[in-house]
Design a protein around this ligand. Sequence first.
Ligand code: RB5
Length: 152
Amino acid sequence: MKIAIGADHAGVRLKQDIIEVIQQMGHEVQDYGCDCNQSVDYPDYALPVAEAVVNKEADRGILICGTGIGMSIAANKVTGIRCALVTDLFSAQATREHNDTNVLALGERVTGPGVAQEIVKVWLSTEFSQGERHAGRLNKVAQIERKYHAAP
Ligand code: RB5
C-alpha cells in the first residue's frame, strides 16, 4: 500500500519511527513533512495527507502531533476521511474492523515509540469486517457528512 504520513513539530521524532515500520512491512511511504524543530500548525499537515487519501494518491494516511487530537480533528473535516486517534492495540484493530478508518492519528507526547509502532502494524494489517452491520453504520456517518458538508 501507499501510506501518506505527516506530523507537526511535536510529532516529528515519532514520524521517523513510524516510517521505519511502514517500510519494514513493505509499504511505500509518502512523507508530507514536517521535518522541522520550529513550531508549525498541525492543520497544514493534516490537510495534504487527508487529501492524498480521498484523492486516492495514497491508500491510507498516518498523522502525528503531540496528542494526536488536533490532527484527528482536522483530518475528520475532510469529506471521506474516517480518522481515529489510537493509543492501544485493541482500538487499532477495532477501528479498522468496525470503522474502516483510512487515517490513523498518533500522539508522540502520549504514546511511546514501541507501542506506536505496534499500533501501526496492527492498523495496517487489519481489514474492514465486511457485513451489513458495520457498513450500515458507516453509511449513516456518511449521511451526516453529506448533511453538514454540503456546498453552500
Ligand atoms: C503542539 O504544541 C500541540 O498543540 C499539537 O502538537 C497537538 O498536540 C494538538 O492537538
